[in-house]
Structure formats: structure tokens, C-alpha cells
Design a protein around this ligand. Structure first.
Ligand SMILES: *Cc1c(COP(=O)(O)O)cnc(C)c1O
Length: 405
């Protein structure tokens, strides 16, 4: 392994921090983080000093604001995105007889929601460019006996929704969109959240807007919205307007307590006011990365297709391992040593022990599995300064140049 000449951008010199050199930055930059402003704090304090900590007016206010933001008729808020996925699986009518086709390139919760309701899971491979579900692979995987297709808008790039909706239609399946990465993204002129029968969002602090923990399902279907609400509160039918006049209530099915609190929804509404500006900032950062890295022969930059607007929850590069005298693990450690908090999204879901015990075997999803070996998520979040962005560009350039073959 030979040290390459000093790279122009690498202000801290070319000796890697992992080899004892000076790191590009002195503090660790995370891959994602929330942003809380003074107006957010005021909104939460107002909620905390109001009559309701939970099940008060701020939940409906937030749901209305969220539905308006994505252009959906209904939004139902939950205590986290995983509960929202569970509720979507329930509302779609999934059960032990159902087959769910989903992607291996996502967070485990996307597939787990099928297991929560006892459904069986088939993983279909992803497109090599965007790493979203490959419609041809889904077409081969569906059984034609109902169930669901659960797609993930990986990194914030919308899935092939028209093609997936056509497959779902042909086999009587429900299309559920895990859009936890994709708040504000658009597909062929329509906003994500207004397209699939059920679209799921997370409000975890690394996502586009946060309530601490939280999740939302959007739908244009009144009946699905009702099922989501019932499931959120123990399976007890919605009794808004009746609580003042009667003690009667009826638990019509088995549900959960998946409610979100009023002070969280106060935060959510306040955060939504920043969503457009933050999305613009994410796009600016992504553009700077694209232009800095496109010409580095050791790196493949992410694909953003022309007929959709990427929401850039993640910025995932892939290493061209044939052009690097190293592997992903070493590049990962080298970048962490430079204080750039790279991460990996994701270990293919069927590789996890739980799914291995269910009988899934490695090697069946060559596109996702190959991409996994190459990928690194670089920091991207709206509160990053231009200097932070420069640090990431310098560190990646420095490390990759050092290991270039
Ligand atoms: C964050 C995330 C979830 C889970 O959301 P939580 O709010 O953390 O429960 C599900 N799917 C994907 C793709 C996610 O990124």
C-alpha cells in the first residue's frame, strides 16, 4: 500500500488519522441529527402547560398539518414509525395467511411489521442504481393470493410506485409504502404520502422532522383511516364527540396503545413549518457531494432519477472495491478516525439472526448484498454548516486517495 500525493482538499495533511495523522476535524460529525429551534421549544412548553398532555387537540392539529403537507386526505399519528407500520399492516388486512413481498435493503421494521401480524415475508431484490425494490423481482416473487407489497423509499428516493401499484393491482395485494426516508419527496409530480393506499413515516430524530419518537400513516381512504385510529387505541372504536355524554365504549377488535402525546404533536407541528427549508438544505448538501465525488474514480455516487425528487434522508456512496486497496470496513474506520461519523444503511434484513433462523439464506439478493459490501452513509442533515460539508468532502477525498490502487 503506497501513500498517494497530498490531496488538494485535505487540509489536515495526507497522513490518515487512523495511522496517527491529524484528523480532518476535531469533533465527531454524526450522520444525521435533529434541529430544535426556539419556536419548537415554545410550542412544547405551551402544550405542557395546557389541559392535555395526551389525547388532546394538538394531535388532530398535527395530523391535519401533516396531511396537508403531503397532500393526503388523512394522517394518523402514532408513538413511533414501527407502530405506524404495524397499524398499516393491520389496516391492510394482513394476517397469518398473507404473503408480504418486501425489500432486503431497509431497516428491519419494514419487514417486521409483516411478522407482527403473522404474515410470511418474501424478500425481492432491488434495482442496482437506486436500491429501491426492482419491480421485475417483485413480479417474480408475488404469489397472486392477496397480501401486500411493502416498499421502502431507500435514502429518500421514491420507489417505482406506478409499476408496483400495477403489480399489486394484478395480484390483489395492498401497496404499503415505507416512506420513513422520504418526507417531502415527489414522484412523477405527486408528493409522497398522497400516492400509495398506505404510506408510513417516522418522526425519529434522524428523520426529516421529529417528535422525539413518533410515526404517521397517511391515506386517502376514510375506512383505512378509521381502522388505523381504532388499532391505535386498544381496538376501541372512535368515540370523538361522545365521551362527554356517555360512559359507553366498545372494543371491537384487538388493538394496542400506540398513541402519541400532545406535547410531541406540538413539536411535530412546529417542526413541519421548517420542513421545506430543511429539505432545500439537504438537497444543497447532496449537490455539493455529487459534484465533489462524481469524478473520484473510487466512488459511485447515489442515483437520483429524473422523474422524481429525492428527499436525501441519507447520502450513500458505494466504494469501487476493485479500485481500492482496502475494504469497506477499513475505509469506515479511517473516516471515523477523521471524525466523520459514517454509517452503513443497511445490513440486508434477511441476514439478521432472526430471519436466518426462519430459513432465509445469504446470496439470494445479489444486488442488495453486493451494494451492502460497498456502501457508506455520509453525514447529511440540515443543521450541517458549509464547513462541516467541506470536512466530509476533504476526509472522503483524503481517505479514498490514500487507499487508491
Ligand atoms: C426509521 C425507520 C423506521 C422505524 O421508525 P421508528 O420511528 O424508529 O420506529 C422504519 N423504516 C425505515 C426505513 C426507517 O428508516
Amino acid at each position: 500500500m503506497s501513500a498517494s500525493p497530498r490531496t488538494p482538499g485535505a487540509s489536515a495533511g495526507s497522513q490518515l488519522a487512523i495511522d496517527g495523522g491529524t484528523p480532518v476535524r476535531s469533533t465527531m460529525l454524526p450522520y444525521g441529527r435533529h434541529w430544535i429551534s426556539a419556536s419548537d421549544v415554545t410550542a412544547v412548553v405551551d402544550a405542557l402547560t395546557s389541559d392535555f398532555l395526551t389525547t388532546g387537540p394538538r394531535i388532530a392539529q398535527f395530523e391535519t398539518a401533516f396531511a396537508t403537507y403531503v397532500g393526503a386526505k388523512h394522517a394518523v399519528a402514532f408513538c413511533n414509525g414501527t407502530a405506524a407500520l404495524h397499524a398499516a399492516a393491520h389496516a391492510a388486512g394482513l394476517g397469518p395467511e398473507s404473503q408480504v413481498v418486501t425489500t432486503p435493503m431497509t431497516f428491519v421494521a419494514t419487514a417486521n411489521c409483516a411478522r407482527f401480524v403473522g404474515a410470511s415475508v418474501t424478500f425481492a431484490d432491488v434495482r442496482p442504481d437506486t436500491l429501491t425494490l426492482d419491480p421485475a423481482a417483485v413480479r417474480r416473487a408475488v404469489s397472486g393470493r392477496g397480501g401486500a407489497i411493502i416498499t421502502c423509499d431507500y435514502a429518500g428516493e421514491p420507489s417505482d410506485l406506478d409499476e408496483l401499484a400495477a403489480i399489486a393491482h394484478d395480484c390483489g395485494a395492498v401497496l404499503i409504502e415505507d416512506a420513513c426516508h422520504a418526507l417531502g419527496a415527489r414522484y412523477r409530480g405527486r408528493t409522497i404520502g398522497s400516492i400509495a393506499p398506505l404510506t408510513v413515516f417516522s418522526l425519529h430524530p434522524v428523520k426529516h422532522v421529529t417528535t422525539g419518537e413518533g410515526g404517521v400513516v397517511t391515506t386517502n381512504d376514510q375506512e383505512l383511516a378509521q381502522r388505523l385510529r381504532t388499532f391505535r387505541t386498544h381496538g376501541i372504536e372512535d368515540r370523538r364527540g361522545l365521551a362527554e355524554v356517555t360512559w359507553q365504549y366498545d372494543m371491537v377488535e384487538l388493538g394496542y396503545n400506540y398513541r402519541i402525546t400532545d406535547f410531541q404533536c406540538a413539536l411535530g407541528t412546529a417542526q413541519l413549518a421548517h420542513a421545506d427549508a430543511w429539505l432545500t438544505r439537504r438537497r444543497t448538501i447532496a449537490e455539493r457531494y455529487q459534484s465533489a465525488f462524481t469524478h473520484l474514480p473510487q466512488i459511485e455516487v447515489p442515483t437520483a432519477l429524473a422523474d422524481r425528487d429525492h428527499a436525501w434522508h441519507l447520502y450513500v456512496i458505494r466504494l469501487r472495491l476493485d479500485r481500492i486497496q482496502s475494504d469497506r470496513a477499513r475505509v469506515f474506520r479511517a473516516l471515523r478516525a477523521e471524525n466523520v461519523g459514517v454509517n452503513v444503511h443497511y445490513i440486508p434484513v434477511p441476514w439478521h439472526s432472526y430471519y436466518q433462523k426462519l430459513g432465509y439464506r445469504r446470496g439470494e439478493w445479489p444486488v442488495a448484498e453486493r451494494a451492502y459490501e460497498q456502501m457508506l452513509s455520509l453525514p447529511i442533515f440540515p443543521a450541517m454548516t458549509d464547513a462541516d460539508v467541506d470536512d466530509v468532502i476533504d476526509a472522503v477525498t483524503k481517505v479514498v486517495a490514500y487507499y487508491a490502487s
